[in-house]
Design a protein around this ligand. Structure first.
Ligand code: SAM
Length: 217
C-alpha cells in the first residue's frame, strides 16, 4: 500500500476519541460497556480506509465492530466515513495487530475478519503475514471458544499459505471459495476497498472461514 504522510492525521484522530479509542488496553474486557450496547463484537485487523466496516456497521446494527489499523493517514479516512454515516456501532483502534492481546480479554471477541492483508511474499517475511501461526495464537486467545476468522484476499499465494497455516494450526475450514464473486456467497458479500479495486481489474477473490477447535484459554 502506498502511504502518503499526513502530519495532521494524528491530531484529527485524537479529536474523535469516541470513534478512535485512545488507550484501548483500558477497555480490555469492557468493550461492550464502551459501546453501550450489549451485542457481539466483531474485529477487523488491517482495516484500511474502512469501507468494509462502514457497510457492515450499517447492515448489522446489532453487532459492535472494531477496526485495527496502524497507519494514521489511512485510519483518518475510515474514521471520517463512520462519522459521516453516524454509526454508533463502529469504532477504531490506531494500533498494531501484534499487540491485540493487550486490548481484549480472553474470549471477548466473537469473530475476526482479515481482508486483503499484505501478502509479504518473501519467505523471510513470513512472520509478518497476519495469518502466520503466531498471529493465530493471539487471535485464538481473544476469540470466544470455536471462534471464526473470515478471510478474503486477491493473492493466490497468500491464500494457499493461509489455508495451510489454518489447517496446520488445527482449524476447521468452511465456505472455501476460489472465486467469491461468482459463488453463492457473493449475495451476502460486502466489498472492501481493495476488493473493489482488484475485482475491477478482473482478478479473482478468494475467501474462506477458519474455525478454531479449541476453547478460549
Ligand atoms: N482491509 C482493507 C481492504 O481490504 O481494503 C485494507 C487492505 S491493505 C492491503 C492492508 C492494511 O492492513 C493496511 O492499511 C495496513 O496498514 C494494515 N496492516 C497491515 N499489518 C498491520 C498490523 N500489523 N497492524 C495494523 N494494521 C496493519
Amino acid at each position: 500500500m502506498r502511504l502518503r504522510n499526513k502530519p495532521w492525521a494524528r491530531e484529527e484522530l485524537a479529536n474523535q476519541p469516541s470513534l478512535v479509542i485512545p488507550n484501548p488496553s483500558e477497555h480490555k474486557g469492557k468493550w461492550k460497556e464502551l459501546f453501550g450496547m450489549d451485542q457481539p463484537i466483531y474485529v477487523e485487523v488491517g482495516t484500511g480506509k474502512g469501507r468494509f466496516l462502514t457497510e457492515m456497521g450499517k447492515k448489522y446494527p446489532h453487532i459492535n465492530f472494531l477496526g485495527i489499523e496502524r497507519y494514521e493517514s489511512v485510519l483518518l479516512t475510515a474514521m471520517q466515513r463512520v462519522k459521516e454515516a453516524g454509526l454508533r456501532n463502529v469504532k477504531f483502534l490506531s494500533e498494531d495487530v501484534n499487540n491485540v492481546e493487550e486490548f481484549f480479554e480472553h474470549g471477548e471477541v466473537d469473530r475476526l475478519f482479515i481482508n486483503f492483508t499484505d501478502p509479504w511474499p518473501k519467505k523471510r517475511h513470513e512472520k509478518r503475514r497476519l495469518t502466520y501461526e503466531d498471529f493465530l495464537r493471539k487471535y485464538e486467545k481473544i476469540l470466544k471458544p470455536n471462534g471464526e476468522i473470515h478471510f478474503k484476499t486477491d493473492n493466490q499465494g497468500l491464500f494457499e499459505y493461509s489455508l495451510h497455516s489454518f489447517s496446520k494450526y488445527g482449524m476447521i475450514l468452511n465456505q472455501v471459495s476460489l472465486d467469491l464473486h461468482q459463488s453463492e456467497f457473493q449475495e451476502e458479500n460486502i466489498m472492501t476497498e481493495y476488493e473493489e479495486k482488484f475485482s475491477k481489474k478482473g482478478m479473482r477473490i478468494y475467501r474462506c472461514e477458519a474455525v478454531f477447535r479449541r476453547s478460549s484459554m
